[in-house]
Design a binder for this molecule. Structure first.
Ligand code: KG4
Ligand code: ZN
Length: 332
């Protein structure tokens, strides 16, 4: 089944044609236009600009991708995300479905992130997914493909948002996560004692806004004077975020006795998180952590094609007249 998928929920316009079967997933073509450079000067993604840029890029990208083959199914990530971007993807998919007379599947962006690991690995069920991005920090239990139970989520800021907002305090450009992580690699992770929010609570929820405030107070009292202090501050912040994410994920894995642990979403590109969670998953659960290849950590249409495949196999199609963008669509 060849699936043409579209992703436009945030600041990447991505289109992919993926050959999907029970044997695995083969990316025939993938084209992505990142908007990061245009949003950088505002310190974050501006929805109005994002929408216009998606509208400008989407048709040329589809044209490029369709040179490599014809789709059997059209898939689109129709939520959650920014309405200005989602609407461009959904309206384009609606038109393609009508024009090519091909069935349409509406996929959840987070479901896409979960399935991003399947480009190289196989998920064994029941599985547990930690999705960490700029907008989400969620622990999701997946009994089988398509059956999701949200067992924990952030009560305020997402982990990626905490990285980005603290990076802004340090005058680092958006997205700040990768920059903090680069300084952290050279720093002492025990240098500054920052809080571990909700670590000792007996649930799987997270909270990062208090940590962000603690970081702000620390910086106000102790302005950074040299590179060593910057490295130590970033390392201590990263340690705090990653300790909470890792500990809660392992506890959930032990409680629910899952057969796979998945790490995905933009923050899964963080090397220290990949290494720490991977080591603990092996030690405490005897499992190999499933993570997407670096290029599939950030938003992309390949992951939407894979999520779309499982729905298409079950014939869970959406009528082109009825599909809608849903910026607050939650799974589980
Ligand atoms: O999934 P994604 O591409 O977009 C959303 O759906 O939000 O995630 C983007 C987020 C940003 O907050 C960015 O700072 C964070 O992922 N990120 C990282 C790293 N690479 C990307 N955070 C920490 N360390 C990284 N290496
Ligand atoms: Zn995302």
């Amino acid at each position: 089944m060849k699936i043409l998928a579209i992703e436009s929920s945030c600041d990447d316009t991505s289109v992919a044609l993926v050959d999907c079967s029970a044997k695995g997933f083969f990316v025939i073509e993938e084209k992505t236009a990142s908007q990061i450079n245009l949003h950088k000067k505002y310190g974050g993604v501006i929805p109005e600009i994002a929408g216009r840029l998606h509208a400008e890029k989407i048709v040329p990208l589809i044209e490029e991708v369709l040179k490599k083959g014809k789709p059997d199914v059209i898939a689109v990530a129709s939520g959650p995300g920014l309405i200005t971007g989602l609407i461009v993807g959904v309206e384009t998919a609606r038109n393609l479905s009508y024009f090519f007379k091909k069935p349409l599947v509406s996929v959840n962006h987070l479901e896409g992130h979960i399935h991003s690991v399947e480009i190289k690995s196989k998920i064994v069920y029941p599985a547990l997914a930690l999705i960490v991005s700029g907008g989400h920090t969620e622990l999701i239990l997946i009994k089988k493909p398509g059956t999701y139970k949200l067992i924990g989520a952030t009560l305020d800021d997402a982990a990626g948002e905490c990285f980005d907002k603290v990076a802004k305090m340090l005058n680092l450009t958006y997205p700040g996560g990768p920059k903090i992580s680069a300084f952290a690699q050279k720093g002492n992770r025990q240098a500054i004692d920052l809080p571990r929010p909700m670590l000792n609570q007996n649930n799987f929820n997270f909270s990062f806004s208090g940590l962000k405030t603690a970081a702000l107070y620390h910086l106000q009292k102790n302005p950074i004077k040299n590179e060593k202090e910057l490295n130590d501050f970033c390392a201590s912040l990263e340690e705090s975020i990653i300790e909470v994410l890792t500990e809660k994920t392992i506890r959930a894995g032990l409680k629910y006795k899952t057969k796979s642990i998945i790490l995905s979403g933009g923050v899964s590109a963080n090397k220290y998180l990949r290494e720490t969670l991977s080591r603990k998953t092996k030690e405490k659960l005897g499992l190999n952590l499933l993570v997407p290849e670096f290029q599939y950590c950030m938003d992309n249409a390949v992951m939407s094609a894979i999520a779309g495949y499982y729905k298409a196999k079950k014939k869970k199609f959406t009528d082109w007249k009825k599909i809608k963008a849903d910026p607050t669509w939650e799974i589980g």
